[in-house]
Design a protein around this ligand. Sequence first.
Ligand code: HEC
Ligand code: HEC
Length: 472
Amino acid sequence: MDGERTQTQHDGPERPRGWAPHPREQMLITPLVAGLGGLLAFFTVVFIVVWLPIHTFDPPASLDWAPLSDQAVKGRNLFAQNGCYVCHSGYSRPQDVRESLYFLYPKVSQPGDFYGSDQSPNLLGTERTGPDLSQESGWHPDDWQRAHFYDPRFVDPLSLMPPMKSLFSDTQIEQLITFVETRSGKSGLLRYAGQLYSKHVVTTNQGFPQPYTGFQGAHKPILEGNDKILNPPKDQLEEAPNLAQIDRSYWLSANPLPVTEENLLRGKEVFLQRCVGCHGIAGDGKGPGAAFMSPSPADFTSADDACCGGDTGPGDFYYRILRGWPGTGMENFGDRLDIWRVVLFVKTIPNHTLRKNVVPEPKDYIVWQPSKELIAWLKSRQKPTGNASFSKKAVTDPFMQEAMRVLPGLAPGDKFLLNDGKTPLSLDDAAAGIKAIYQDLLDRAWNEARARGNKLPPEVQKAIPPTVPGQQ
Ligand code: HEC
Ligand code: HEC
């Protein structure tokens, strides 16, 4: 019967005898049902991956977490309003933690680093056109930050970051700087405390005033050190305080590269690309960024300094460029630069090799000639015994670790005076000073966060000492 119908009614495809007809059901997935189903699926996914985590993911504060001060919160708002996160992410990933590439990212961000109401809206960002800034605190002093914000080309002629000179007032730029200098948790506060302590050491030692604040450096004369207020202790090598900021194993290193025209020319190229913003196109320390800084950038034009200054040996210059000079605007270039060649070149500057179209020649190179006393002093202190970095006993106190980072040339027993003749310089003094600054920064941030009514972790979190990432 069935077969007959199929053959007589021509309403379907021919099918073999005995096969069941296709049921005449109505289609269930109408456009309305599909639309509703799609919406349901969409909102389920949004609920699971957006709403639930926002309302239930509340990791406790990490051991490194610290709140922001009022000034830093204002700076954070400026950071958000001006879209800085479009170029700068705010969290570092495992693949970012490497010392040498562009910038020192010392640790991987933890969820608990972003605890509390200061962190909303988040500034995590995704793009890294500029470096990740989650660990920016303390790598540079405030005066470097001021020159850099005014015009990034003042410190890094190759930078593509937009200048901020017309965006912010003097007050706002200080707020923004407080934010970048204190946003990195306790380990960042420790580094910043080391930077502030070192600023005190270098300005006192060289007779410099405090740097100009805000963007005033753009319109003021370059600061000068005042020799008259200095009174170097008689029984101490004059360079001792300066050498205290250079790792001892570099004090007597010679330049491993030969002085050839090729090497010098490459050095000149690096100098013009990287150093002229501060040290000046003539090498006289009068670059456009110079007036922001105290101490002001070094002048390389004196032949006496190139040959006979106590802390201007090639190894000393190398170390200053590799690790920077904490407390000054001199930055840590790490091994992203051709350092030895630029060191060779710097020693030719007194012979006018920075002039346009001048190719520096080996005869322009000024050989370092330290005095006999200096050599004897350096050699007597280079013995591995008594050298902090050779000690078998690992230092665990974070404040001492930071003191050793900013004063790598001091041995535990060294006790010097700064060139003002009265301020003591030793690792113990530095560790105590850094600890006091750190504690003050942390206490102030906690008190202000509490007054703002922020959610805070239990008070014990605050007492947990900071760690120096990478050295635990
Ligand atoms: C167009 C992308 C861009 C924008 C927008 C931008 N930056 Fe940058 N920033 C960079 C680049 C590239 C660098 C690296 C070169 C340099 O140091 O100038 C940098 C460097 C920095 C550094 C120094 C990092 C170091 O070397 O220690 C800080 C701090 C900084 N930016 C803060 C900010 C702030 C705050 C804002 C917003 C007001 C901002 N940036 C906006 C691209 C940008
Ligand atoms: C952001 C500004 C800045 C930049 C960029 C900079 N310097 Fe410096 N530099 C300084 C300051 C500030 C000092 C400290 C001077 C002082 O305290 O006497 C200094 C000191 C030095 C010293 C130590 C001089 C001495 O007498 O011990 C050397 C060497 C040096 N810079 C080389 C360089 C080289 C090479 C470059 C480029 C690769 C460079 N600097 C880039 C600011 C800068």
